[in-house]
Design a binder for this molecule. Sequence first.
Ligand code: PHE
Length: 438
Amino acid sequence: MSERGIFNSKIGYILAASASAVGLGNIWRFPTEAATHGGGTFLVVYILIVIFFGFILNMTEATIGRMTRKSAIDAYESINPKSRIIGILGTWVPVIILPYYCVIGGWITGYMFGPVVGADLADPTLFGDFISLPATALLAVVFLMVVAVIIYMGVTKGVERISVVFMPIFIILLIVLTVYVLMQPGMADGLNYYLFFDWSKLNMDTFVSALGQAFFSLSIAMGIMITYGSYMKKEENVSRSTVQIAVIDTVIAIIAGLLIVPLAHVITNGTMEGGAGLVFIVLPQVFTNMAGGPIVEVVFFIMLFIAAITSAISIMEAITSTMIDRFHMSRHKAVCVLMVPMVIACALVSLGYGPLDFVTVAGMNILDTMDFISNNILMPIVAFMTCMFIGHFLGSKKILDEIGYSDDHVMRKIYPVMMKYICPVMVFIIFIGGLKLI
Ligand code: PHE
């Protein structure tokens, strides 16, 4: 008999799922996307997409998990053996993401301790030099081990407990840091840049990037919500919990924008560039010039560390849970077995910035290649198949009944149309957008 975990409290599920959703995507991806796609205009488009698309898909996955009490592969298989392929593809996503997420987690860990050991984070050459050091592979492995210990402790004592403690700390740090930063001189311009409504940006490009962002941020199509849903108690309300998770994720992304955009604006003069360069190079330069710079730096990287580790926990939990279900292993054995390929993969991805930098696919290094395969190819395919399967084969009624909507609930009308037609079209747009075909 396999050991299935359970989230003991309602808040445990909500915080664990939010902790998965709130990650680097909220802190370094959302603010950049918003700032470069018409600020307030992007926010409006994004919120509409979360309500009509992200919410529906996120809730569907959690419901599949709660209905079957299984992780992705077994969940789909138990509904219909032919749909097993959706679970298999969906499980490959966390397997691919985990190593590179840990590599980024390792960089964050290094930067968190950097000021403590006297490193000058504001030196623009530091980041490039740092990530090319083979020793950073060790940091990635340390990060992976911390995640593994939490997963080893189990759903209730590990995942749930850590989320319940870390999420409030994260939110407090984010708010304190944002208020402090906004009190600094010269932030008004950047704030304006972030929150203005540039209606001329209401175009296809903004729509595609908001869709992609919502998709990534809500941890859709990677088996995570199915796994977490399977730990949810039957009496809990999936629909309400999903609304709460989507609200938490979106509000945190918007606050992160208030923190990041004005800061980046000061130094880049409006040429907002996102990604690792923003977090590891641009922001430390602004922090240095502030009163209490080193403290701000450390607090910022602690916050980032929490965001990264709680997302990594959900990624590893989805894989572990699948191993427990499929191979009838104990949790402890599953974690130990998983560590072997993951340590090797972390090292390879990390060395891709140093001794292995000659390994490229279409000009992308190992990390970017894995990111591309999981985010731009596998995730849209899994989400598309999910919509098609539920909308056209299984029938929406099964999902709606499991959620517990009353017969006259408005979702009874909206949901089937979304699953059959609108969501697949939106996912298809993300797919061709992600392949840079539009
Ligand atoms: N949703 C997370 C974010 O916004 C990213 C993530 C990816 C989480 C994969 C879990 C799994 O950063």
